[in-house]
Design a protein around this ligand. Structure first.
Ligand SMILES: N[C@](CS(=O)(=O)c1ccc(Oc2ccccc2)cc1)(C(=O)NO)C(F)(F)F
Ligand SMILES: [Ca+2]
Ligand SMILES: [Ca+2]
Ligand SMILES: [Zn+2]
Ligand SMILES: [Zn+2]
Length: 165
């Protein structure tokens, strides 16, 4: 998606507009907190959840046509997308609710029966702060989903965000 290069402020706000029925709301919110921490740990950025009004990063779960020119596609295929920094829809992150979202290390995640909301969110939030896809297979910003036990940011991801901020 087109957009600016980076945020012009470091104290980023986000708002969760709705929740997937696959997980408890507080489990989803915690997954987002952990996914933002991946990036705040290696940059000057801070991420604060707000509960009303317009946040920099508006997060929603939607399926098929969900109000922007990039409809989702049912189960599998596209899992999520996010816009680079900027006003309005820029910076926002959308998750395909036709996927089965899960967490933890249960068989559900490993057998590709479910997708890790934490991993996909961390990747999308990378886009929301201005990162493009990486060509490094083990990088979080690689555009192919893979379940990573004991997740750790790849040097390529760190280099990307530290180049920007
Ligand atoms: N929709 C994507 C592909 S996707 O299947 O939705 C996707 C794949 C992998 C994602 O995160 C992730 C990357 C590496 C390891 C685990 C999870 C996020 C989204 C994407 O990368 N969206 O950000 C593309 F490439 F634009 F088509
Ligand atoms: Ca926005
Ligand atoms: Ca899909
Ligand atoms: Zn969308
Ligand atoms: Zn991506």
């Amino acid at each position: 998606f087109e957009g600016d290069l980076k945020w012009d402020h470091n104290d980023i706000t986000y708002r969760v507009l709705n929740h997937s029925p696959d997980l408890d709301a507080d489990v989803i919110d915690d997954a987002f907190v952990r996914a933002f921490k991946v990036w705040s740990d290696v940059s000057p950025l801070t991420f604060t959840q707000i509960y009303s009004g317009e946040a920099d990063i508006m997060i929603l779960f939607g399926s098929d046509d969900h109000g922007d020119p990039y409809p989702f596609d049912g189960k599998d295929g596209l899992l999520a997308h996010a816009y680079p920094p900027g006003e309005g829809v820029q910076g926002d992150a959308h998750f395909d609710d036709d996927e089965f979202w899960t967490l933890g290390t249960g068989v559900v995640v490993k057998t590709r029966f479910g997708y890790s909301l934490f991993l996909v969110a961390a990747h999308e939030f990378g886009h929301a702060i201005g990162l493009e896809h990486s060509a490094v297979r083990d990088a979080l910003m690689y555009p192919m989903y893979s379940y990573i036990e004991d997740f750790q940011l790849h040097q390529d991801d760190v280099a990307g965000v530290q180049y920007l901020y």
